[in-house]
Design a binder for this molecule. Structure first.
Ligand SMILES: C[S@@+](CC[C@H](N)C(=O)[O-])C[C@H]1O[C@@H](n2cnc3c(N)ncnc32)[C@H](O)[C@@H]1O
Length: 357
């Protein structure tokens, strides 16, 4: 439990996930938080082909949560022996989630990633955070080895001296759990320079201040219909400005409205498929070359129905209710065909075509 609204759950691949009662939305797919990050966010990047040659990689993780996308990305970088310098900007308004992220039972195979996170986040830990990690109900979702050190910090005999103790704690983690068990990964730590910066505020505000130059963007916001704030035309327009020519934005959303907004913002847009061949997300790029699975007639047709009407957020500061209200009004005035009538017509045309052939 993080608070009365946010609770841990175990997902099917054994990695810990979260559920938010207030938004009534899951943070991670029930089939696996780690598996989802790999399938929908990291594999579609095709890191070896598209990014491994770059000396410097700049990543923007929007809605970091407990960090599956960043961690799975780093795991892949290490696995592929990519030698780029890596800078990651984390946008997440719940600081507690970011701080608890290195402790999560996440199915990530190497300890080095928790260490990279600790090292970059060490200055912002406080004792409240360590108490949260020690809550009995959280134990089964957190790594036992790291919790043991945490426990030491909280034990009565331990002289807690604020930041210095936290630094000592991190030092211990490094020597006991990283250097001894993962000697070969230390090489990778030397080759790569990992720099992680955090922005604990509404991502819409952060993107206005960021300087850009991103190669990779993860967009993992709550479902558009529940929280439309990070899916508007204006949000994508700003992301377009912040991204390099040969860059990729990946998201789990298949929404026609989201894809339409991306196209309006100037992106080339394509689909992501899971291992069963089902569409499971969207990729957007300033470069057509990086789009492997282009949108087809069906996807484009859907965008011209009421399902393709995107959200507007003129100054990137409207409330979710304001965005939804304006969207409903615009949909009414546009009076486009319904998505269901389009789907029916499309299927019929396809059947007729099959009969002719
Ligand atoms: C679906 S979860 C993302 C899960 C995450 N990628 C992970 O691996 O754990 C959405 C996250 O977005 C954050 N969030 C929602 N709206 C936000 C906003 N406007 N600005 C910044 N963070 C936001 C929530 O706190 C939540 O952690």
């Amino acid at each position: 439990m993080i608070d009365e609204n946010i609770d841990f759950c175990l997902t099917q691949d054994g990695s810990a996930g979260l559920f938010n009662k207030e938004v009534n939305d899951i943070y991670h797919s029930t089939y696996g938080a780690k598996a989802e990050a790999l399938e929908k966010f990291v594999r579609p990047l095709n890191l070896r082909k598209n990014f491994a040659q770059k000396k410097f990689l700049k990543v923007l993780d929007i809605c970091y949560g407990i960090g599956y996308n960043t961690k799975t990305f780093l795991e892949e970088v290490i696995k592929l022996n990519i030698n780029s310098k890596i800078e990651i900007d984390i946008l997440e308004y719940d600081k507690r989630l970011v701080l608890i992220s290195p402790f999560i039972k996440d199915n990530i195979k190497t300890d080095i990633i928790s260490y990279i996170l600790f090292k970059n986040l060490s200055d912002i830990y406080d004792s409240d955070m360590f108490s949260l990690i020690d809550l009995p109900e959280n134990r089964k979702f957190l790594r036992a080895d790291l919790r043991r050190f945490n426990k030491k910090i909280l034990s009565p005999g331990y002289n807690f001296k604020g930041l210095n103790s936290i630094r000592a704690f991190l030092h211990n983690i490094y020597y006991h759990y990283v250097s001894n068990r993962n000697k070969k990964h230390l090489k990778c730590l030397k080759n790569n320079v990992f720099k992680i910066s955090t922005y604990f505020e509404d991502a819409r505000k952060s993107i206005l201040d960021l300087s850009g130059g991103y190669d990779i963007v993860f967009l993992d916001a709550f479902t558009p219909a529940k929280l439309p704030t990070l899916w508007s035309l204006e949000f994508f327009t700003r992301l377009y400005e912040l991204m390099n020519e040969k860059s990729m934005l990946v998201t789990y959303s298949n929404s026609a409205a989201v894809r339409h907004a991306m196209i309006e913002a100037g992106f080339f847009v394509g689909k992501i498929f899971d291992k069963h061949g089902r569409a499971c997300g969207t990729v957007a790029s300033r470069s057509d070359e990086l789009i492997q699975n282009k949108l087809d007639d069906y996807d484009r047709g859907l965008m011209r129905t009421n399902a393709g009407v995107y959200f507007r957020d003129k100054n990137l500061d409207s409330s979710a209710e304001e965005i939804l209200r304006e969207w409903e009004e615009r949909k009414r005035s546009l009076n486009l065909p319904s998505s269901s009538s389009f789907i029916k017509k499309y299927k019929k045309q396809r059947e007729d075509r099959c009969l002719i052939l």
